[in-house]
Design a protein around this ligand. Sequence first.
Ligand code: ROI
Length: 166
Amino acid sequence: MDWTTCYIGLGGNIANEHGTPKEHLKNAINAFKNSEYFKNVATSSLYSSKAYGVTDQPDFINAVLKADTNLAPLDLLDFCQNLENRAGRVRLRHWGERCLDVDILLYGNHTIQNDRLTVPHQEILLRNFVLVPLLELDDTLIIHGQKINELTLSHDMKGLTITESL
Ligand code: ROI
């Protein structure tokens, strides 16, 4: 069986009947850990982060998960979207608040571009709440030819606080 290392971005900033943002993230992390489609699951710390983009919304909880997966990219996307749906996700507005976002950041060294999926994730190099936890998991990562360890934003804690080391 073929295993590919993937990195998944997790984020959320609203509570609902399924839990708080932190609980949404932890439930998602447990789903990866308990699934036969993943092995060697590792997670960054949980970060509290100021909302990026549309700023008049609650702070987010963000983390990055690393795992080896035997799922093909679109099956991995289905798995991630299923977790979002299970957290009771409703999209209130574009770039707005959400219970849980589960985004494929990287899938091995693959570049994927189709109507459902862009990998590496388009905004990856622009967001410290993605880069800082990614660096925590692997300080040798290269994305779009850039060593993330050499990017200023990967070391920029502006708006970010570690709320829990997992
Ligand atoms: N801002 C932060 N801090 N964290 C996120 O996960 C996040 N996700 C988004 C938008 C609303 C753009 N801003 C975010 O989708």
